[in-house]
Ligand binder design. Structure first.
Ligand code: GLN
Length: 309
């Protein structure tokens, strides 16, 4: 079931202006210098409707570090390569209630991460991709370029290298899973791929276009069936329950869309059958989710009078 999205002209500009006063209230991710240097005043939104039209406001054409938004691409890639059981025997489907880089549950739950959207889960997915793909980094680039229709998308080498130099926490998570037998490849090699995925540079326009398949029963902008309609519904269920880490409940309450955040300050979200959207503002709240970005999405849903609920 699809319907036509009608966005009032000027609506996106208006909600960007309304949200600007929130700039300065969050904190830019500073665990690597390459992210700490980002201009905190950036604010952008792009909306892609089911017919493929993209509109945006603010800094929506400027590429930024997608960070954990890449976890959606990774899981989608894994669904294209594996039987579902092969994935879900190694990673759960439950919200974590812990921070995105927590080790606690991995230890308590014997190496099986709660879901694919926290670091532990995404590392298992990266391990799965490594097992099946000859050139996992190149493959990821091909897929996101195809999904967004932008052949210029690249990795930010500086961010990827910087992540690798500060990889103690993620390495600890991966080795802990390996100790439980839930990590099959060389940790270092998988970490390098994972950090590259996080270091993809894409704009709000690129991301809202790439994520259209989540609103469009698994079909990309160019009409390619990436995953089935059922798998798309399942992906959206996981995004709604786990996409915003320990802030997922608050996000569902305020915004009401399946979504995924990254510490680069981006958030993607969808209303199935209607639209995909990406917002960007680098300052984060206490859960590591974009503070002004969440407010932008909240305003968009209010203006449209829509959410998935
Ligand atoms: N690169 C970050 C990490 O692995 C991604 C985390 C995030 O965006 N929440 O820690």
């Amino acid at each position: 079931m699809t319907e036509q999205l009608s966005l009032e002209p000027g609506l996106l500009d208006e909600i960007v202006q309304q949200t600007r006063p929130l700039l300065g209230k969050g904190k830019v991710a500073d665990y690597i210098p390459a992210l700490a240097d980002v201009d905190p005043n950036k604010l952008g939104i792009a909306v892609t409707s089911i017919d493929g039209t993209t509109v945006g406001a603010g800094d929506y054409l400027e590429p930024f570090s997608v960070q954990s938004i890449s976890k959606v691409f990774s899981l989608t890639n894994a669904l294209m390569l594996y039987e579902e059981q092969e994935i879900w025997s190694r990673v759960g489907k439950e919200p974590s209630g812990h921070s995105f880089n927590s080790l606690v549950q991995v230890e308590l739950e014997r190496g099986i991460p709660r879901n694919p959207f926290i670091n532990a889960g995404a590392l298992v997915i990266a391990d799965l991709l490594q097992s099946r793909l000859g050139a996992p980094k190149q493959r990821m680039l091909e897929v996101v370029r195809m999904m967004s229709g932008n052949n210029g998308i690249c990795y930010d080498k500086q961010v990827a290298d910087s992540e690798y130099q500060h990889s103690a926490r993620n390495a600890a998570i991966a080795y802990l899973m390996k100790s439980f037998g839930n990590f099959h490849n060389d940790v270092d090699a998988v970490l390098r791929n994972y950090f590259h995925y996080c270091a993809l540079k894409m704009s709000c326009a690129d991301l809202s276009r790439a994520m259209l398949y989540l609103a469009n029963r698994g079909q990309t902008l160019s009409g390619q069936q990436l995953v089935s309609a059922t798998q798309t519904r399942q992906l959206n269920a996981l995004l709604a329950t786990s996409g915003l880490y320990d802030g997922a409940g608050e996000f569902a309450y305020r915004v009401g869309m399946p979504g995924k955040s990254g510490v680069g300050g981006g958030i993607i979200a969808v209303i199935p059958g209607l639209l995909s959207v990406c917002v960007w503002s680098p300052e984060l709240d206490g859960h590591g989710n974009s503070l002004a970005g969440t407010a932008l999405l909240e305003r968009l849903c209010q203006a449209l009078g829509r959410s998935i609920f």
